[in-house]
Design a protein around this ligand. Sequence first.
Ligand SMILES: [Ca+2]
Ligand SMILES: [Ca+2]
Length: 539
Amino acid sequence: MLLIVLATAAALLVAQAAHQPAAAEPVLYDEELALEVYAAGFCCRLTGMEFVGDGDLLVLQKNGHVRLVRDGQLLADPVLVVETTPVREMGLLGIAKSGGAVYIYYTVPDADGNPLSNRIERYSWNGQSLVDPTILMELPANTYHNGGAMATGPDGQVYAVIGDTGKYGPLQNKGPESIHPPGTTDYLDTSVILRVDPPGPYYAVGVRNSFGLAFDPVTGTMWDTENGDDDSDEINMVPDGFNSGWEAVMGPATEEGLARMAGYEGYEYRDPEFTWHRPVAPTGIGFADFGAGEYDGSVFVGDCNHGRLYMFKMNQERDGFVFASPGLQDGVADEGDSLEEIVVAEGLGCVTNIRTGPDGYLYITSYSHDTVYRILPASAEQAQQPAEHTPGDPGVQPEEGGGCLIATAAYGTELAPQVQMLREIRDGKLLPTESGSAFMSAFNEIYYSFSPAVADLERESPALRAAVRGIIAPMLYSLSLMDLADGSELQTILLGTATIMLNVAMYAGAPAAAVLGVRGMVRGRPAKRVAVAAERGPA
Ligand SMILES: [Ca+2]
Ligand SMILES: [Ca+2]
């Protein structure tokens, strides 16, 4: 009987582990960088963020809640709640800061939840909450192509982008004769980058839709990401008076496209600096200021379809990118072109926003993980780890509440949800029962004989951290079965034993394999997977 139950439990665990998607865990492919969870515990889809002080980060939930992360800790209560509808592409969509003022962009619904307008409001940040609201703009709205990304220029000018919201007129390069009925003005404020505060003429026109604006810290020039229809997502340098070409062209213009483009007076068409022929849904864009040469001034872009972070190196003039791989040198990721050179991370879920923090590190909101990730130089991450200890020294054995060394080092922080889950199982399921407690004692004897050494190696090697994360992901997933245990001795023993049987090879085998196998990777660049080809994504 016992054997049958164990076998069933083990089979369930194997099935669960098999269902874990490979890219659920973020993976970083660059050994010089480290990726960590900066803040977690949000709900309802993250859409944007903005730093309002050295340790204060405001994070947008699509449902209209503005949350405060203070020194890496998410505060329980929102600092602002606005009434919106978080359906389709509507919701709380953008945020920017200029001086002591904070600006937000959100969809205002009517009584039935249909889009009434996209509203931009200005608040004052008093250090605790957002106060003194002023409505600055009521813009067209639709269920889609609402844009919403915001950015602040080096001079303090605040900008926002709005997509076409389903409108096709002069601002979509269709000429003045496309105004219907003639004389109406409801085509205004669509497909443009707006000067929000102070208000002024459109900064750019002909934008189909965008989720990313940023300023080059070196030149002060704006850059954006734009979303194509069935093809041609773009990254653009956006000078004042830019016309991106929609709806005549997306991607590099053909002669036929240029012939169809009516233009908009005073605005000049310019080809994108980079195009994905197959849509990836690019979103956040940001510049790193790591104090680590190779990356500084490079452009980082996230996508929604694949959970990737891309890095683009600027040319000398900083008006375009340089690529080593021949396939990308035409500035277009065509079908079959390798993206290996530009993909630095995967598994981030749908990336929405990228910001450079006051520390110069890159912060990334994940829409699907409800998490803020942070990318920093590996050297800086090592510096913030706890003091070194001697492997096997009983004096540094973690007391109750410590532990999970390998996972903590792999995820960079004890606050990572994966590490928290391990702790909750240990403290909530195993330790309260006699058998579980006895098991943990025996387990710790063995575990702590090797885990500090592995953790040390992990801290030295981003490649090893990534490898360990990949190896323990299925284990963590299978451990979640322990949540089924009701605390009785029998259940704990059965589930615990089955879980351990399945995972003992990983606990003992993975670190050993990692130490032996991965050390060789540490010297060169970590092996990237070969085929990050331009894949088909939803339009
Ligand atoms: Ca364009
Ligand atoms: Ca190409």
